[in-house]
Ligand binder design. Sequence first.
Ligand code: APR
Length: 270
Amino acid sequence: MEPRLERILSGVREARGNVVVHPGAGISAESGIPTFRGAEGYWVVGSQNYMPQEMATLEMFEQAPEEVWRWYLYRFGIVRHASPNPGHRALVDLERALGERFTLVTQNIDGLHRRAGSQRVFCIHGDAAWVRCTAGCDVGLLDLPDLGIRGKDDPFTAADRARLSCPRCRGWLRPHVLWFDEFYDEEHYRMDSALRAASAADLLLVVGTSGATNLPMQIGRIAYQRCAAMVDVNPEENPFAELAGRSARGYFARGSASEWLPEIVKALGA
Ligand code: APR
């Protein structure tokens, strides 16, 4: 490991500092889940009839719930059949070693952290494993019914409609994900908890995100302004790499999550 990175990580280890890990889609790329803005990304390929990001809006769901569900069921089928990779597992080891000094603030809705065994996780963009009532019935978060693997062009059936209806009001159930025309909050997306964790971080370890969304960049800026150590793992330049480059205790680890995370986690004491 490069001496500069070794120094940063051993400093956090010896100071028994708080570590906040902030992954994006890149950590799950090696589990076969497309990213959003990469070559085959969801926001690049999208659906047959609609611009990609249109699909991920409450407005579109209200207009064409079947079309939106058809697209999400295709995506959720991929997620359901993916498995955690060495990057996810390394973070489980780190949590075991650090206990309460560890917090995972993920942008991913794929649930692979939870399935790998991570506990202290805030899912700031929601979780594909859950649905909730659009009418706000207090049925809370319900498990997404297993509607099997869907092809991109598979039809949405009456049986699907029945399974995606609220058990209380029979209205639509919606994916428990944050859409582009919606706001972060604490109730559904643990916004305050994520910002609190960032405000107490001695190290912010960012993995596989292009920094295209709001709360993640706030988390980065808080860590930067507090002069926390900052390490960014990504094969490509991105705003977090730039922040790390400007930080006194910052490092841009160019490469993949599974390549870097096991080594970084070991240097932090796991
Ligand atoms: N290891 C680490 N990083 C990787 C890997 C890998 N194996 N493969 C790709 N990456 C990096 C890419 O270089 C890119 O910077 O992962 C990043 C993925 O960026 P995006 O596709 O933009 O995904 P993300 O940053 O997670 O998107 C943020 O935007 O659209 C919303 O809700 C959506 O949660 C998502 C958010």
